[in-house]
Design a protein around this ligand. Sequence first.
Ligand code: G4P
Length: 181
Amino acid sequence: MNSIAKELLERINQEGSVNGQIIKVDRFLNHMVDPQLIDRLGAELASRFADREIDKIITAESSGIMIAQSLAGHLGVPFIYAKKKRPLTMTEFFAASSYSFTKEESTTLYVSREVIQEGERLLFADDFFAVGSTFKAIEQIIEQAGATLIGGAVIINKAERRDVEAILTLEDLTRNCGTSS
Ligand code: G4P
């Protein structure tokens, strides 16, 4: 395990928790946010995609935004966050709906046609990969745009997906964190 993965594990052990499948990180990742930690996580994920010719990072609001910004900054590319409410000014758009199993509701994600061009190569970023419903909706949006999704980069991957790059997997967490059920 590399040093940033160890640092994240330590923060989860000290300031968060692992309760079955639910990881509490809202004191440093997705409610109160430690920008230096996010910067180091983004640098690590960026290093894994440095030679992949990425044009843009794409995420969904809200908790994916911090890691998408850090990753994009380290790769020197822009990032897009899909919106959950379409502004009236967004008249030409791509849209796809995603069902959240944790929130038990469907959300439609919207991206303006102005921000993705045909043929571009996009990388999906998020804080968690849980069941992949957000990833799937973003995949549909990218397909509508005629662009290419080249993969996923997340802080914590809770699924068995090996094609999604992550700092920590659920397996790392259950093996190394004090768990309560
Ligand atoms: P998905 O992200 O793979 O599509 O799966 P799922 O629908 O289950 O995830 C729904 C939401 O719950 C996501 O946020 C995701 O970031 C969050 N989430 C999933 N697992 C955990 C977890 O273990 N701990 C915490 N703290 N959050 C988790 P969202 O609905 O997109 O909303 P937002 O919070 O980003 O605004």
